[in-house]
Design a protein around this ligand. Structure first.
Ligand SMILES: [Zn+2]
Ligand SMILES: [Zn+2]
Length: 399
């Protein structure tokens, strides 16, 4: 196709600028719903690329629309804007200027890819005026890391005016080779929840232990029991994770080693590929914790935090994504896997409202793991990602 070469040329031309924008975004990371500077940069660059009506939404979110001026469907492309509360190492390139905040999930790269895609599609529409009908909506969403952004974007009508018919999202991922495009046929983004259990005991000098209640002992029984929950109540054919991530004894800060603390705090995370299983696990945790607390005559508080449901890709949008990516990159660079992706993403909220597809792009294992301070977004994946996203939008809306 003639326009494919045109897109390749456009990407080649803007790539140095896009990398520069990515590095700029990387240097000013902001946490969820605080992405003021980020939104400013996005709006300025979208305007530079010819977008006139760029809208701020859901606190710091940014939305732009490309209108072919012919009636048709609307396809949305979505990326995330927020960073993580992680300290970036001293010598990292384009290091964060915001102390204790780092783009350690590659959302700077995602934003740069979507900006470039917006630029490419604008140029393509100017050159090939009849190539597609309808509209393309570019959604820059805040606060993904705290699983609140998409809900707020939807409540602020990000999927309306114009109504979105299909949505695409993606995430870079360290465990796949640079530039490998991966789709799960089973579950695109897992469900997830966090929990916190406070075990209140009766602390004191260890010699009087028979008159006290050691929350560490009871906490450790809770940990052991929770570790086993998934295999007891969820079918072995369905992946489910319940893992303790924190065990902290309060009253130990003074460094005294022969005093029983008053309380322990236990935190953990749940990952499932169905809402049903998540609910089953939550209920089992409540029963188990209450049962153990009663047995030992302890007061226990059990609270659940961020809760997110699993997301599933739709067949039509997924086939279109796979065919488009294979046409551009060849069969070897595009892979469908049967394993579910056991990471929650609030993209699942969009998938509940409209059909769509969420896929992964290999960032290369040599660039560190997501959510760690050694992680680096790999700029080499920008050109192909821009091309695939641009052509997905065109294929979806082709006249
Ligand atoms: Zn993340
Ligand atoms: Zn992320």
């Amino acid at each position: 196709m003639q326009y494919t070469q045109f897109i390749v040329d456009i990407i080649g031309g803007i790539l140095p600028k896009i990398k520069k924008i990515r590095h700029k975004l990387h240097s000013v990371p902001e946490l969820g719903f605080q992405e003021e500077r980020t939104a400013e940069i996005l709006i300025r660059e979208l305007q530079n690329f010819g977008y006139r009506d760029v809208v701020r939404m859901a606190c710091t979110g940014v939305v732009a629309v490309l209108d072919s001026t012919r009636p048709g469907k609307t396809v949305a492309l979505r990326v995330e804007m927020d960073a993580l509360p992680i300290q970036e190492p001293e010598l990292a390139p384009n290091r964060s200027k915001h102390d204790g905040v780092m783009h350690a999930c590659g959302h700077d790269g995602h934003m740069a890819i979507l900006l470039a895609t917006a630029a490419v599609l604008m140029e393509t529409l100017i050159k090939y005026q009849n190539l597609f009908n309808g509209k393309i909506k570019f959604i820059f969403q805040p606060a993904e890391e705290i699983s609140q952004g998409s809900e707020k974007m939807i409540a602020n009508l990000a999927l309306e005016n114009p109504r979105v018919d299909a949505i695409y999202g993606f995430h870079n991922i360290s465990r796949y080779n640079e530039g490998l495009f991966v789709v799960s046929s089973r579950c695109a983004t897992s469900g997830g929840a966090t929990f916190k259990i406070n075990v209140h005991g009766k602390g004191g000098y260890v010699s009087s232990k028979h008159k006290l209640c050691n929350p560490i002992y009871v906490g450790s029984i809770i940990v052991q029991s929770i570790n086993d929950i998934a295999s007891r109540i969820i079918s072995p054919s369905e992946p489910a994770i319940v893992e303790i991530t924190k065990f902290y004894s309060k009253g130990f800060e003074d460094g005294v080693k022969d005093r029983i603390p008053d309380m322990v705090e236990i935190c953990g995370a749940i990952r499932t590929i169905s809402e049903e299983s998540k609910l089953k696990i939550k209920n089992a945790i409540i029963k188990l914790v209450n049962g153990i607390a009663t047995a030992f005559d302890m007061v226990v508080e059990n609270t659940f935090g961020t809760d997110i449901h699993p997301g599933f890709n739709n067949p039509y949008e997924t086939t279109l994504m796979l065919n488009t990516a294979k046409k551009i990159l060849g069969e070897k660079r595009v892979k469908t896997i049967d394993d579910p992706i056991m990471s929650p993403e609030d993209f699942s909220n969009y998938l509940k409202e409209v059909p769509g597809c969420f896929f992964l792009i290999g960032n290369g294992s040599e660039n560190g793991v997501l959510h760690e301070d050694k992680y680096k977004f790999n700029d080499n994946i920008i050109p192909d990602s821009v091309q695939v996203l641009s052509e997905i939008a065109i294929e979806y809306l082709k006249s």
